[in-house]
Design a protein around this ligand. Structure first.
Ligand code: ADP
Ligand code: MG
Length: 276
C-alpha cells in the first residue's frame, strides 16, 4: 500500500472518530480489507459502513428503550415462525413493522387464544419502533390500571395520564385474563381517550370484542372504547395452536375440547331463535 493511501486511511479513521461514529470506525478496517481483496464494490462498501453505524445506533436505542419501556422481553419479528401460525397474514405483520401506523396514529389489536404470539408481535412492533427512535411503553391492562389508581390516590391522575399519552406507542397487554373493577375500567377508558387520534396503542386480548363488556363490567363503556379504538385500527385475529404447547399437541387438544364443552351450552342458548 502506498504511503498516500495509508495516510488517507488514517485520516478516514480520524474523521469517523471526530464525527463520533464508533460503529463505522469499528467496521472500517475490515471493509477496506475487503475492498483491497476485490470483494466489495464502492457502493457496497459505503452501504456496509453506514449499516454498521446504524445497527450500533439501533442497538443503543433498544438498550435505552429496554430500561425505560418496561418491555418484559426482547421478541423480534425474525424470531417469529409464520409457518406455525398460518392464520396470520405475513404481509400484514411485515407491513405493520414498517411503522406507518405509528405515523398515522393508528392502533393495532391482536386477538386470539393463549400462546399464539400476541405478546410476541406486540413487543416486536415496540422494538421496531424503539429502534426507529420512537418512545414506547409496555403494560398489562391490570398493571396500567394499578398505576393510574396509585396516581389518583396521590392526586396525580391527570399528570399520569399525560405521561402515558407521550409514548408514540403504548402496549396494553393481556386484556381479559384478569377481571378489572368498574372503576379500573373507567381509568382505562380515560387512558384510551387521552391517546385517541394522538398516538398509537397496541392491544392484545384473548377475548373477542363482544366479550369486552363483560371484562370491563359495562357494555356501554366497552362499546364507546371499542368505537374509539376501531376508528383507525388494524385487527389481527389469530386462530391457531399455542406455541408454548407445540410439543404437547394432544394435551392442548384435550384442553380446547374441554373449554368448548364448557362454553358451548351458553353459546347455543344465545343463538337459539326466539320461539315464544
Ligand atoms: P400470547 O401473548 O398470544 O399468549 P406469546 O406471544 O406470549 O403468546 O407467545 C408465547 C411464547 O411462544 C413466547 O415465548 C413467544 O415468543 C413464543 N411464540 C409464540 N408464537 C410464536 C411463533 N409463531 N414463532 C416463534 N415463537 C412464538
Ligand atoms: Mg400474552
Amino acid at each position: 500500500m502506498s504511503r498516500a493511501t495509508s495516510q488517507r486511511r488514517d485520516q478516514i479513521r480520524t474523521m469517523l472518530a471526530d464525527l463520533r461514529l464508533p460503529g463505522a470506525l469499528e467496521a472500517v478496517d475490515e471493509i477496506l480489507a475487503d475492498i483491497d481483496g476485490g470483494a466489495l464494490t464502492a457502493s457496497e462498501a459505503i452501504e456496509r459502513l453506514l449499516s454498521a453505524q446504524i445497527s450500533l445506533r439501533n442497538n443503543r436505542r433498544l438498550q435505552t428503550a429496554m430500561r425505560s419501556s418496561r418491555l418484559p422481553a426482547v421478541k423480534l419479528l425474525e424470531q417469529f415462525d409464520f409457518a406455525f401460525q398460518p392464520s396470520i397474514r405475513r404481509e400484514q405483520i411485515e407491513s405493520l413493522h414498517e411503522l406507518g401506523f405509528i405515523k398515522r396514529k393508528e392502533n393495532v389489536v391482536f386477538l386470539g387464544p393463549p400462546g399464539v404470539g400476541k405478546t410476541h408481535l406486540a413487543i416486536s412492533l415496540a422494538i421496531a419502533a424503539a429502534q426507529n427512535g420512537r418512545r414506547v411503553y409496555y403494560g398489562t391492562l391490570v398493571s396500567l390500571i394499578e398505576s393510574l389508581e396509585q396516581a389518583r390516590a396521590a392526586g396525580q391522575l391527570a399528570r399520569r395520564l399525560r405521561v402515558l399519552s407521550h409514548p408514540a406507542l403504548l402496549i396494553v397487554d393481556e386484556i381479559g385474563y384478569l377481571p378489572v373493577s368498574r372503576d379500573g375500567a373507567v381509568l382505562f377508558f380515560q387512558l384510551i381517550n387521552t391517546r385517541y387520534e394522538h398516538a398509537s396503542t397496541v392491544l392484545t386480548s384473548n377475548k373477542g370484542f363482544e366479550e369486552w363488556g363483560e371484562i370491563l363490567g359495562d357494555d356501554v363503556m366497552a362499546a364507546a372504547l371499542i368505537d374509539r379504538l376501531m376508528h383507525h385500527c388494524h385487527v389481527v385475529n389469530i386462530r391457531g395452536n399455542s406455541y408454548r404447547m407445540r410439543e404437547h399437541t394432544d394435551l392442548w387438544q384435550t384442553i380446547q375440547d374441554k373449554q368448548s364443552d364448557e362454553v358451548s351450552p351458553r353459546r347455543r342458548r344465545r343463538k337459539e331463535p326466539q320461539t315464544a
